[in-house]
Design a binder for this molecule. Structure first.
Ligand code: URA
Ligand code: ZN
Length: 391
């Protein structure tokens, strides 16, 4: 079976609109943006693991010294500039991008701020898509710290924006995780509006897990390579155990980083449920198996950088699993360190090569239908990425 029309689609690609960067610049706790001598770009500081280095750098700055260790990552124009996003797409022959606000979205706003800021940020994304008619679509951000009424109004608003195809969601939900019963009306509203939830990690695992050597020696490797995927795995498993997929059967999710470790651990989750005395006696086992959920309500991105993980992702997603997998880049995160950022990024070429290898396409050989599907056809179909009337 053929898919789409041979377009390459990036469904995992972020931006921080200038308004969002201004908010980060005004903050005193993470997430924040700070400038330090010793770094030509301002630094974007997002993660808990970066706080000790931030504190040392601030202390050095207040003594008028150049910090030895500069926290966070450089906030380059790749994060906010639409021209830069388009340049990145041209460089890598990406036809369509489904952009989303990067983490931690609006999670840190007060209840009063969240509604109006969500509206304005979503309007920014909508304008960008409008300007690039047919090349860009977006996942909206929700004002999750506001009241349920405001959140539901935001869902109604974004569902009417012509280029919105879903919402990006972190794992904290309303503050208690995604198995919180108070989220059910929100999940129902998203399902009714046919908005896909793009689930993306941010919080990782507690710092202690990484051990005392992490701060000085291991950079961001442990929280990003392991903390992020575990966070996603735990969040979805909690939703599954709480029966969310049974109660909201039309809910559709796209999981970042090929579902974390969910494809690899699904069998173990299933077995632990089968052998759990508490669930057995209480009769609270989920009705659908995790395999049924994976093959009907969950799509996975292909941002896992290796054919090994991709094969697990396809197999976990059922007999038509190759139709539920979608290429992504995670731009503007993971820029090349040893070459020009205006050129090719390994984060793109590695993910593309992994897709081709997973589906048996030979080096320089012709693209097969499965590769075409994962590289773009699936996204065009699942997210309905067609826009007529573009010049
Ligand atoms: N990728 C993201 O999307 N966010 C991060 O913070 C790091 C990598
Ligand atoms: Zn991402």
């Amino acid at each position: 079976m053929g898919f789409g029309d041979g377009k390459v689609v990036d469904i995992h690609t972020h931006m921080y609109p200038p308004e969002y960067v201004k908010i980060l610049e005004s903050r005193t706790t993470i997430p924040l943006v700070r400038s330090f001598s010793g770094s030509s770009d301002p630094r974007l500081i997002l993660l808990d693991t970066e706080v000790p280095i931030l504190e040392e750098a601030e202390a050095a700055k207040s003594r008028g010294e150049v910090p030895t260790n500069i926290p966070g990552r450089p906030l380059t124009k790749h994060y906010s500039s639409l021209n830069q996003k388009m340049h990145f797409m041209e460089t890598h022959e990406i036809d369509i991008s489904v952009v989303s606000l990067a983490n931690p979205w609006l999670d840190f706003l007060t209840a009063e701020e969240a509604g109006p800021i969500a509206e304005s940020i979503n309007a920014d994304f909508s304008r960008m898509c409008e300007e690039k008619c047919g090349r860009l679509f977006f996942f909206a951000a929700l004002p999750l710290t506001a009241s349920q009424e405001v959140i539901l109004a935001s869902i109604a608003h974004v569902s009417n924006l012509p280029y919105c195809r879903g919402v990006i969601l972190g794992t904290s939900g309303l503050g208690k995780g995604l198995d919180d019963p108070d989220l059910l009306p929100i999940f129902h509203a998203l399902a009714d509006a046919r908005l896909m939830i793009f689930l993306h990690p941010h919080y990782g695992l507690p710092n202690e897990v990484w051990g005392p050597r992490a701060k000085e020696n291991y950079g961001h490797v442990l929280p990003l390579a392991l903390g992020f995927p575990m966070e996603t795995t735990i969040a979805v498993t909690r939703m599954y155990l709480a029966g969310v997929f049974d109660q909201v059967p039309q809910l559709n999710m796209l999981l970042a980083h090929s579902g974390g470790t969910l494809p690899f651990l699904a069998g173990r989750i299933e077995s632990c449920i089968l052998h759990d005395g508490h669930l057995h006696h209480a009769g609270t086992k989920p009705k659908k198996t995790i395999w049924e959920v994976l093959s009907s309500q969950i799509c996975l991105d292909a941002v896992v950088y290796s054919d090994v993980g991709l094969k697990a992702a396809v197999q976990a997603s059922g007999p038509e699993g190759h139709e539920r997998l979608m290429f992504g880049t995670d731009h503007p995160f993971f820029p090349p360190l040893g070459s020009d950022e205006e050129g090719e990024w390994e984060s793109v070429t590695w993910n593309g090569a992994a897709v081709r290898k997973a589906f048996g396409q030979k080096e320089g050989g012709e693209e097969n239908d499965k590769v075409r599907g994962v590289m773009g056809g699936n996204a065009v179909k699942v997210l309905n990425l067609r826009r007529d009337g573009c010049r």
